[in-house]
Write a protein that binds this ligand. Structure first.
Ligand code: NCD
Length: 306
């Protein structure tokens, strides 16, 4: 059992599998009319979001509520963070409520690891700068398992702005741990030189995209680009946009959202049968319930779900 989830590296293959199995039983809860189990009754979960988020924040909120926790949501807009309160002061203030878990999203790589020292709560990294986003990777693995049964032997291409993507880092680790081979692809300026140290291959053109079983497209993270990494977005789209003309029959398409429609992905691809994008969002609640359960309750798991 792990105490915090900061990186996919906190989990071995068995740990990932345990979370996926539990997520499957929680997905059943989400299909009921009363979508609640009492697992975290009387415990408090704090969601601390210092960066914009739709999917991740709403699914963590629903996940905690469906486990019957008391939930406090704090966004940087409208909180004392705007008044210059430091992260340490904020975490220490919130710790006075004795939360069982703090879920944090921050523009700074390392922020989640940092707050472990300032609180007794279990810490869940919901995205820290360019570093990692482990629950996104878990829901991506879950979604692929639902579609294909296994990741063993799959060839997965991650296409786009790898440089600024915490999703890419967590996905590379998680997909490989579950038996897939990963190739990253994008303009050389957006493929960090050290990425192959994570065990993946890299490509700078889409010429061999047909070899992929799964094409995972990343958003151009313009808010993190302080230099010109591509000449223009139009030129980027011409060379790297994933569209139906570039996909072959049978390939699956994923994207963590939010999508820049018409830039990294064409509208026809987003709306095609190949896309698992809606399924990814749907998986988010059950997988985050399983992560909170893993950290706060642990084994034996399944009796509390029943
Ligand atoms: C991702 C994120 O915030 O890192 N989105 C998400 O969590 N669904 C990817 C992105 O913003 O492009």
């Amino acid at each position: 059992m792990i105490r915090h989830l900061i990186s996919i590296d906190d989990l071995d293959r068995g740990g990932i599998q345990r979370i996926l199995d539990r997520a499957r039983s929680f997905a059943e809860v989400s299909g009921r009319e009363i979508k609640k189990v009492p697992a975290l009754k009387g415990r408090t979960v704090v969601n601390l979001f210092y960066e914009s988020s739709t999917r991740t924040s709403s699914s963590f909120e629903l996940a905690a509520k469906r486990l019957s926790a008391d939930v406090v949501n704090i966004r940087s807009v409208g909180s004392s963070v705007d008044k210059g309160e430091s992260l340490k002061d904020t975490v220490q203030t919130l710790s006075a409520y004795e939360p069982a878990a703090i879920v944090i999203r921050s523009p700074y790589a390392g922020a989640a690891q940092q707050i472990v020292e300032w609180t007794d709560a279990a810490v869940v990294n919901a995205g820290d700068g360019k570093h990692e986003h482990p629950t996104q990777a878990l829901l991506d693995v879950y979604t692929l398992m639902q579609a294909l049964g296994t990741l063993e032997g799959l060839n997965i291409w991650i296409v786009g702005d790898v440089m600024h993507s915490r999703v890419a880092r967590s996905d590379i680790l998680a997909f490989q741990r579950m038996g897939a081979t990963v190739t990253v692809c994008g303009p050389p300026t957006l493929i960090p030189r050290e990425i192959e140290a994570l065990g993946c291959r890299s490509e700078v053109t889409l010429a061999r995209l047909h070899e992929a079983d799964v094409v995972y497209v990343l958003r151009m993270q313009q808010e993190r680009m302080h230099d010109a990494y591509v000449p223009t977005l139009r030129e980027y789209a011409q060379r790297y946009q994933v569209n139906l003309g570039r996909l072959r029959d049978g390939q699956l398409l994923m994207h963590p959202g939010p999508v820049n429609r018409g830039i990294e992905l064409s509208g026809d691809a987003i709306d095609s049968d190949a896309a698992l994008i809606g399924a990814q969002v749907k998986s988010g609640v059950a997988v985050r319930m399983a992560v909170l359960y893993e950290l706060l309750v642990g084994a034996p798991a399944l009796q509390a779900v029943a």
